[in-house]
Design a protein. Structure first.
Lengths: 360, 276
């Protein structure tokens, strides 16, 4: 491994553009990943997250922009000269090789003697909780086991950065949840920076130090999971994390005195630059209280209950606002309410998030 | 009631015997012509008794033995060259964004009638002042075998997922290493199949070869000219029997290889499917 340039981030993607035909899959994406970070790119299919990952790996070439690793420009280097590891959704273990041969594949040019090689393979198998799997044919392993072999193979040469392209998407729910925690453990144990691609919001929130949300090739927001969840930047981000209401309204006033105004309530926004059009705010379902004794920090408004949806741990109450917009509140306690009931709702004012325009 | 149901359940549907009849008819049509040479080869023409002297006589025919050696050398050259060229072309189909064009260009010579192809190749050699030789014969046979070898390799390669190559690249292997370590072992059954098929095609090819053969014979051109000049002899019967036997053995090897390749891919498909 080469020494990092003092100030340079581990990975720096500088205004990278990529088009496939008419489809833009990376529109001036700009981001940095630090040492030891678990960084996730989250987005629906077609958002460009996998393309950005493949450009980091060298499997795709950007049309424009640069990719730097430890300050070194690797944009024109082929994948085999970038010193990165990659894990694929389809595992891509070599079917004609045993588990040990697969893991050892990336170590061939590392000048390890046989004993050291065997030692390293066994270390990696311990790391991914598959001790003693050396001589098994990879084709006879379960999906979860295969993916762990693939992770061990990618980590074997001690890469500067591990790229993971939807590695858990082919696994079933239960295994996927176990693997999320295990991946986080592996990442902590090795201290390797992970760049992880997924379309699953829960996966992103569970494992990541920071999450980048992408849509139509644009980077919409980069934040820590909690900030992303609590303070979505745009309507797209708010709706991508399920359980958020987007209420539209209009602005009155201007400059620092801008006020968001919808039929139900008014909200002082201060100065809003690049606001969503039409103006909108996001409110998470669980932040809405029904018929409360409101405090001064809360904004209150009237609504009519439309329907009640029982979801197990919590219940969704669907309300209609005065202008006909629907707002959903989730509560764990079963409110004894029937459709048609007129209620008063309250939300902590700082949990009403003014939304910005989508990047374009 | 129960017994009646059982008996009717066991009865062969009427269509079934018809299918068998057709199948037998087709088999007779295909294989009956191969039987007389074998029977005649084993029969002493003078006495009508069973013996194998005709087979022995083959070994004594110097011209034939020379032709056989030529055939073998040619088959080896074609069996190596055609799969290699076919592999290169199949790689090009995958690498360049114009698969249809490449496939058409490679397969087109297949549709040119043999004699025309042979004559034009011969003319080409004449214009370029290349005298008829083992080399010119090898060239026309490679031209003939290449489209087949190409198709076989292309088929096997289409079952190979290039994600394995990407995994190899990101594991530090360049294109050549990735091909050698990862792709070649997985498409090997297709390449050996193409080689065997090319050997058979080389051995069988007569028309194109005869036009550029010059003074050299192959087994097929020998059989062809001997048939035209002398007609049928017990030695010819014996030779044909041998050729039939060897060809069938090679085809058998091809089938076995094909099955092994299939089992491998099926085994993979089963494990992938079981992950759901």
């Amino acid at each position: 491994m080469q020494a990092a340039t003092a100030s340079a981030p581990l990975l720096h993607i500088r205004t990278v553009w990529k088009k496939f035909g008419d489809r833009v899959t990376a529109a001036g994406v700009d981001l940095q990943v630090g040492n030891g970070e678990f960084f996730t790119m989250l987005g629906p299919s077609g958002s460009g997250k996998s393309t950005v990952l493949r450009m980091i790996s060298g499997l795709e070439q950007p049309d424009d922009g640069r990719i730097l690793i430890n300050g070194e420009d690797v944009t024109d280097l082929p994948p085999w000269k970038r010193g990165l590891g990659m894990v694929f959704q389809q595992y891509a273990n070599f079917p004609h090789m045993s588990v040990a041969q697969n893991i050892g594949y990336g170590l061939r040019r590392s000048n390890l003697d046989r004993t050291a090689l065997r030692q390293r393979v066994s270390e990696l198998l311990d790391l991914v909780s598959l001790p003693g799997f050396q001589n098994k044919p990879v084709t006879q392993l379960s999906g979860g086991e295969q993916q762990r072999v693939a992770i061990a193979r990618a980590l074997a040469p001690r890469p500067r950065l591990l790229l993971l392209d939807e590695p858990l998407s082919a696994l079933d729910e239960k295994i996927r949840r176990e693997m999320q925690l295990q991946l986080k453990d592996i990442q902590r144990a090795t201290g390797t920076a992970f760049v992880y691609v997924t379309h699953d919001q829960e996966e992103a929130l569970t494992m990541s130090d920071r999450v980048a949300v992408l849509n139509w090739g644009y980077l919409v927001q980069i934040d820590a999971p909690l900030a992303l969840f609590r303070q979505p930047r745009t309507k797209f981000v708010a709706q991508f994390f399920r359980g958020s209401n987007v209420i539209e309204g209009r602005f009155t006033g201007s400059g620092a005195q801008t006020v968001f105004d919808c039929a139900a309530f008014r909200l002082d926004c201060g100065a809003v630059d690049n606001a969503a059009n039409p103006p909108a705010v996001a409110i998470r379902n669980e932040d809405i209280r029904i018929n409360p004794r409101a405090t001064e920090h809360e904004t209150t408004f009237d609504a009519v209950l439309e329907r009640v949806v029982y979801r197990g741990i919590y219940t969704d109450f669907q309300f209609k606002l005065a202008d006909g917009q629907i707002i959903v509140a989730s509560a764990t306690s079963g409110e004894a309410l029937d459709p048609g009931a007129k209620v008063r709702l309250a939300v902590r004012t700082d949990r009403i998030i003014p939304l910005h325009a989508e990047p374009s | 009631m129960a017994s009646r149901m059982t008996s009717s359940g066991r009865r062969t549907p009427p269509g079934r015997s018809l299918v068998w009849l057709f199948l037998i008819g087709i088999l007779v049509f295909l294989y009956a012509p191969l039987v007389p040479p074998v029977l005649l080869a084993l029969q002493d023409p003078a006495t009508g008794t069973l013996n194998v002297t005709s087979f022995g006589a083959i070994a004594g025919d110097q011209v034939l033995m020379g032709a056989l050696l030529n055939s073998v050398i040619r088959a080896i050259i074609v069996g190596i060259a055609a799969p290699l060229l076919g592999l290169a072309a199949a790689q090009a189909v995958r690498a360049f964004g114009i698969p249809r064009l490449i496939i058409t260009v490679i397969l087109l010579p297949l549709f040119i009638p043999g004699a025309s192809m042979g004559v034009s190749t011969s003319l080409f050699f004449k214009l370029t002042a290349i005298p008829p030789s083992l080399f010119t014969m090898a060239v026309v046979q490679i031209l003939w075998a290449l489209p087949f070898a190409f198709l076989i390799i292309l088929t096997v390669m289409s079952g190979f997922d290039t994600i394995y190559l990407e995994a190899a690249y990101t594991s530090g292997s360049n294109r050549l290493q990735a091909f050698w370590d990862i792709e070649l072992p997985q498409i090997a059954p297709g390449i050996s199949g193409a080689a065997i098929f090319s050997i058979i095609l080389s051995f069988n090819e007569t028309v194109r070869t005869a036009i550029v053969q010059g003074g050299n014979n192959t087994v097929q051109t020998f059989v062809w000219s001997r048939y035209q000049q002398v007609g049928l002899t017990p030695n010819m019967y014996a030779l044909m029997s041998l050729i039939i036997a060897v060809t069938l053995l090679l085809i058998l090897a091809l089938v076995v290889l094909g099955r092994r390749g299939q089992n491998k891919t099926q085994g993979r498909a089963v494990t992938t499917a079981s992950e759901g």
